[in-house]
Write a protein that binds this ligand. Structure first.
Ligand code: CO8
Length: 258
């Protein structure tokens, strides 16, 4: 498996793990982290032996944001011309479902990275926020767009305009978090959840993720049309025949990922 500078990677069964590994900076997301995470996620995405990906940090921090020390001296021109952090879009585009397993701080770019994932599992120690306003900037990796879609305008506006953090329970109530689990169970729960996804038919899981993305990105009528066509297309897969036969024969399906 490729060695990366700022992350650790591992494959556990059909689950690919990406662990942010800059403890000295609470996993602040610099350009190298972006390059490493994008490369690792794309490598797992291209591997049919991987059916789900987990992204996690440390107990203390999922990620405390974009790296302020790296950004501080940059000019607007450098940020624009360098497309600073633009490659994160490629992470959001991987077709394999991604689970964020969040413990500790998920702030700024850290919260935005979690929101690029499909499922957010939070340890009861997790804290979420978009504190960019405290730095004289605004969220730049999707915070103003994805947070509204997750929690609604008023909650998102309060968080983004005040920069305050919310704890895991509030984040779950608000709809940002899929589930809160005790901190000691977080990684096992993420592995179990990922294994459940990876045990399904890969074509149907990819299709489901694409349809969920369509719901986030398009008007209802367009999303419904997309869903109906993808639903129909899955009837050409061997796994659809197997899944429905298994139901009728009252047994577990044996998916072949075809
Ligand atoms: N960037 C760089 N270094 C960081 C960051 C960060 N975001 N967060 C923490 N660190 C470093 C600290 O500087 C410190 O290093 P050192 O020991 O060398 O001084 C080390 O990590 C430990 O941090 P603290 O001593 O501050 O730990 P505390 O437990 O006292 O506090 C906090 C933890 C509350 C998380 C605190 O570190 C903090 O407030 N961090 C910054 C949070 C923040 O403002 N995040 C938003 C960043 S901006 C952003 O994410 C924009 C995203 C969009 C970019 C898009 C570009 C196009």
């Amino acid at each position: 498996m490729t060695e990366y500078e700022t992350i650790l990677t591992e494959q556990r069964g059909r689950v690919g793990w990406i662990t942010l590994n800059r403890p000295e900076a609470l996993n602040a997301l610099n350009s190298q982290v972006m390059r490493d995470v994008v490369a690792a996620a794309e490598a797992f995405d291209a591997d049919e032996g991987v059916g789900a990906i987990v992204v996690t940090g440390s107990e203390r921090a999922f990620a405390a944001g974009a790296d302020i020390k790296e950004m501080q001296g940059k000019t607007g021109r450098e940020m624009i011309m360098g497309d600073h952090f633009g490659a994160w879009a490629r992470f959001a585009d991987v077709r394999t479902p991604v689970i964020a397993a969040v413990s500790g701080y998920a702030l700024g770019g850290g919260c935005e990275l979690a929101m690029m994932c499909d499922i957010i599992l939070a340890a009861d120690t997790a804290r979420f926020g978009q504190p960019e306003v405290n730095l004289g900037v605004i969220p730049g990796m999707g915070g103003t767009q994805r947070l509204i879609r997750a929690v609604g305008y008023y909650k998102a506006a309060e968080l983004i305009l005040t920069g305050r953090m919310m704890d895991a329970a509030e984040a779950e109530r608000a709809g940002l978090v899929s589930r809160v689990v005790p901190a000691s169970d977080l990684l096992d729960d993420a592995q179990r959840t990922a294994e459940t996804i990876a045990s399904k038919s890969l074509p149907s899981v990819f299709a489901a993720k694409a349809a969920l993305d369509a719901a986030m990105e398009s008007p209802l009528a367009e999303g419904l049309r997309f869903e109906r066509h993808v639903f129909a297309a899955l009837f050409d897969t061997a796994d659809q025949k197997e899944g429905m036969a298994a139901f009728r024969e009252k047994r577990e399906p044996r998916f072949t990922q075809r």
